[in-house]
Ligand binder design. Sequence first.
Ligand code: SF4
Length: 643
Amino acid sequence: MGYTIAQKIIKNHLVCGEMTVGSDIGLKIDQTLTQDATGTMAYIEYEAMGIPRVKTEKSVAYIDHNTLQTGFENADDHRFIQSVCKKHGIYFSRPGNGICHQVHLERFGKPGKTLIGSDSHTPTGGGIGMLAIGAGGLDVAVAMGGGAYYITMPKMVRVNLTGKLSPWVSAKDIILAVLRVMSVKGGVGKIVEYGGEGVATLTVPERATITNMGAELGATTSVFPSDETTRKFLKAQGREEDYTELKADDDAVYDEVIEINLSELEPLAACPHSPDNVKPIKELEGKKIDQVCIGSCTNSSYLDLMRVAHILKGKKVADNVSLAIAPGSKQVFNMLALNGALGDMIAAGARILESACGPCIGMGQSPNSGGISLRTFNRNFEGRSGTADGQIYLVSPETAAVSAINGVFTDPRCLGAAAEIEMPEKFLINDNMVIDPAPVEEMDSVEILRGPNIKSYPETHPLTDSIEASCSLKVGDNITTDHIMPAGAKILPLRSNIPKISEHCFTVCDKEFPTRAKTLGKSIIVGGENYGQGSSREHAALAPLFLGVKAVLVKSFARIHKSNLINAGILPLTFVNAEDYDKIKLGDMLELPNVKDEIANGKQVTVINKTTGDTIVADCELSDRTRNIIIAGGLLDYTKENS
Ligand code: SF4
């Protein structure tokens, strides 16, 4: 039996475990990336492990989330990360150099390699044929120290692309079509692999748009073959030597096959408040809009923005619309500046933002109250924009640009024949905003710059024989990491300061939660389906850890958040009978009388509701390794014990 692309990469990097679906496998990691919002903590954790120099082939720290500096905190964090990088052998991409995934694709990604990143959109690298997975900061710290990265061997899904996109239909519409079929839960425990004749019609940035938003499927990652298109892209980036061909064997076996005929697709939008709430633009046409934001790691490539500039050229942004454009990288920005496309955007009335995440993470450009914002981004969860009642629609750059001109939802196909915009044969290469680490012989003399915003990792404790704790919060289905640990201009700068950031934990759902949890000392959170979907931010586990949360008992978990809870030493429990969710109320006293013994022996966990007298049974699905992590009190303690 042949191998899929992902299976081939896994086989080449397998450190331990069997490649059978559901088994715990350890992978050797070639590259890591961090962004500043998760990176500060990842480097605090890396330092705590006491390993002098990173052992990966390439590790890069990007500053892209927190570039809106309204106080000393961001600047302190950036200097801290820069000094850690210099000392420990990590490349540092300065603020302004661009969004981590866009820059990594351009300058560092290599087909056939493994990449983990402390950002959930790390799968963007799958567009160039990498096995690129979003992970918690602590996982990245461990990988930088030479440790394996563990996942559950996923199922393989093949998305078979046939036909060719019609003019004005784009890669964004492909992934929205896949989301419509699979839903935000459909990719859990799976790797989505793209194949078929349609692949050759897509450029690397278009493939990367698709693998980027594969994160919204809940998939472990997504991957495209590495082919002649990949080679040309790498050549245009001045690094053809990084190319290797990569394709699935003809007799590779997939657990699921999805057919997408590109010729039949039309412009689509993901409507509020979920990326899988997909409708054709046709159905929304004529609806008035307030804001358009173009950029993010999903749609800010040279090709995307050239298409936008072409649409805006000689036109004017509608009076009722605020149009903001953030080029994805310095490379893109610089090329647009030199070829006149930037001038066309400015002349049309666009507000040009720096190359960073910006509005995608609520750092500026929040829409007006109740405002309708069309964004080329990947997420439209409630409140993520910074406006609690903002109505965010996810669309292609083409739909965004034409709608900005008309002031209403507009199908870009009304523009008639599409202009042929070619990929450049040579990109503008200038890596002067990437700072090399100090040579090994000089590393000892590098001082780590630690400002007052840099606090240490929260206190951890090994698992106790029993737990008695109140239910400090009860939430419903599809709780995102944005609900648990909101982002935004005021909160993001506190990412290296767990005591301070914890004051905002779950305040979107319940303003009293942080105070209540702290007062209780020990507590348990109860939730519904798909708990923790969304970003990889480990702060959604670290803040509850700091507030004394011992266990999270839900109907089901999102993958990355579950591993972040385990890494933080918080018990991830799921109801055996989903109806038992109704047997616990806020404030009920819960007892887990034999939890340590049950966990150690792989048994179900008994939860007694002492307030009502009900007994509830919970699963705690752990591998041998994650069981030992929970018992040790988290991955940091486990790593110290085992290194
Ligand atoms: Fe940045 Fe948004 Fe991409 Fe996250 S999803 S890396 S915030 S652009």
